[in-house]
Design a protein around this ligand. Sequence first.
Ligand SMILES: NC(=O)c1ccc[n+]([C@@H]2O[C@H](COP(=O)([O-])OP(=O)(O)OC[C@H]3O[C@@H](n4cnc5c(N)ncnc54)[C@H](OP(=O)(O)O)[C@@H]3O)[C@@H](O)[C@H]2O)c1
Length: 219
Amino acid sequence: MTHPDTPPRIAVIGAGNVGAALGGRFVESGYEVAYGVRNPGAGERARERVNAGAGIRPIAEAVEQADVIFLAVPGSAAVDAALSLGAIAGKILVDCNNPVGWDAGPVWSPPEQGSITEAIAARVAGARVVKGFNTFGAEFHADPTVQGDPIDVQLASDDADAKAVVAAIATKAGFNPIDVGPLRNARLLENLAILWIHLAIVEKRGRDVVFTLRPRTAP
Ligand SMILES: NC(=O)c1ccc[n+]([C@@H]2O[C@H](COP(=O)([O-])OP(=O)(O)OC[C@H]3O[C@@H](n4cnc5c(N)ncnc54)[C@H](OP(=O)(O)O)[C@@H]3O)[C@@H](O)[C@H]2O)c1
């Protein structure tokens, strides 16, 4: 990162439901955002989906110019996509992904390292990995409010400084960051996401709900 007072530059890899919404929210919050896309055809499709204030670049270029990279690709592709980002040692990588299988409902289906996040941390040299933005539907990435309050975004990482940078971005973008501890807790966040999918689809509560940590009394 350049200077502590300079806002971090953001790359979003994946311009689908989550990437398009989250990148748009960051643009609206004053951040410089570039989407990294796989090919020019994908770039044209992405242009229709994403905030006009964001750049659309080849993945390597978007990553090179970024301090913080948000990865929002299919869960089954997430580790390979992280490996394909090139040299990202020292950069912060936010894993927004979930390993979702299906057996009459969503089933947590992680890689052997225990979670997508831990697999990325084990295999992508030097990346400062943070888990987050994975436990609610993409509608909330675009508009992170519930009953007028910011929604909780749970963040797990072994890198306290990286977590603080991501928490600051989250706050500026209108989320309420909750520190949920070390990177090993990423698997708990993936399971929270599986539970959210179960509630939304199997229990038919719909997508318009979020998990909230509430103190008994107002602070
Ligand atoms: N949808 C939700 O509400 C939600 C909520 C929380 C978390 N999540 C998680 O967020 C992730 C993204 O979900 P989504 O719904 O946004 O998916 P999506 O709509 O299918 O979008 C996936 C994006 O990833 C790109 N992509 C696919 N493979 C890639 C690769 N190897 N390298 C780079 N880009 C690649 C695709 O672009 P092209 O194929 O055009 O190149 C597409 O833009 C998933 O892991 C999901 O579990 C989803």
